[in-house]
Write a protein that binds this ligand. Structure first.
Ligand SMILES: [Zn+2]
Length: 121
């Protein structure tokens, strides 16, 4: 065992958070993969029915894109949290520099601020 940099969290707490983050990551990746299939453009015929389904396809693609963008952002937050966890900077508030309470981290493991600041939920 190496002497780590000063950590705001005990190592077993970090393990719990890491598990939680990895679980969310897997869930997100699975969901994004499923949406990726839905985004794939359909073969559309030139008749009226085809044109109608093209409009519907575009509408549902728009929804899927919004969802995908949200999931992408969430994915980046989780990856960033995992990186902070590795770097040993995880668990301290980005605003006041104080320690983020464990209860909050268990609910929002990707959070960057404590519940007092909550400047970036
Ligand atoms: Zn704070």
């Amino acid at each position: 065992m190496t002497t780590a940099v000063q950590q705001p969290l005990a190592s077993e707490q970090r393990d719990m958070i890491r598990d939680e983050l990895l679980r969310s990551l897997t869930r997100l990746e699975r969901s994004m993969k499923a949406n990726g299939l839905a985004v794939r453009p359909r073969d559309l015929e030139q008749d009226t029915v085809g044109r109608l389904s093209r409009v519907e396809a575009l509408q549902s693609q728009g929804l899927t894109k919004t969802l995908a963008a949200r999931e992408q952002a969430q994915l980046e937050q989780i990856v960033a949290a995992l990186r902070r966890l590795e770097e040993g900077t995880y668990g301290s508030c980005n605003c006041c520099g104080g320690a983020i309470p464990m209860e909050r981290l268990m609910i929002y493991p990707e959070t960057l601020s404590c519940s007092v600041c909550a400047c970036r939920a």
